[in-house]
Write a new protein. Sequence first.
Length: 321
Amino acid sequence: MTISSQPLPDPATRRFLDKLAAAGVPPMCDLGPQGARQAMLDGRVNDVAPPPVARVAERAIRGPGGDIALRCYWPREAAAGELGAMLYFHGGGFVIGDLDSHDNICRRLCADGDVIVVSVDYRLAPEHPFPGAVDDVLAALAWLRANAIELGADAARLAVGGDSAGGTLAAVAAQHARDQQVPLRAQLLLYPVVDLAQAYPSHEQHAETPPIPKAVLGWFWSLYLGEGWEQNGALRRDPRVSPLHAARLDALAPAFVLTAGLDPLRDEGIAYAQRLSAAGVETLSLSVLGTVHGFLRQGALIPAAGDALASAASFLRARMG
């Protein structure tokens, strides 16, 4: 368990929080799944315009529960096998988010990381509870391994990444890739959820901090894992829910772990980075102290988002080049 001090909001984050409070935006759990999904899409207005990419294509692959929509981004025109490819899993508590909500992040990682990005529209709860999202993500990983050449990518230079719940899925995919001997060059874990089984100081320090106060987190977990999840210790320790509780964390792809100082998930993300490093995994841990969960999609209001994404892209470029 990591014990971290309590940071204060930076000026930009303070203005963002004041704007939320003045607007009277209700918590997502009061909006219901459909309302919360629309609110996430509406929040795109707070992001900056992404850099251009060479090409974007929509496609679908067969998954365990039906077709899975993908959106593929190419940073530039390149010879076959010149670029690596990364699967990206959007955040949203396993309940909200889609290809559009995280389009800007994918474009920025694609352009600045010089990598083909494949964004995955995995199934969401409550329509498709656990392990639907995990099953879709692992199907997408198998597809990318088999079809990297079709994308023009080098099949020996693959990566996974995601933010929030998508960071959980990326960590799960990285562990699965190791076990299945799928070569990965990198994993980007952006303020991930990695430990539902233990309490951390940041859980209480930021229990009421937007955009994911305790009530919203509990709502997400109830829709994804089902009622009674809090009493189900085995489920909470399942590595597909809590990657930190995997039997082993060695021999994983190099990891970039981003945390936010005012995020209830902060300490578990830091703990995962420390566990990875102790297991011999090359790990770069970046803590942005003065801001909140989800800040990467608030670049027009919180400049730290651009710097953090640039750092993630730099890590990706260095290991995929």
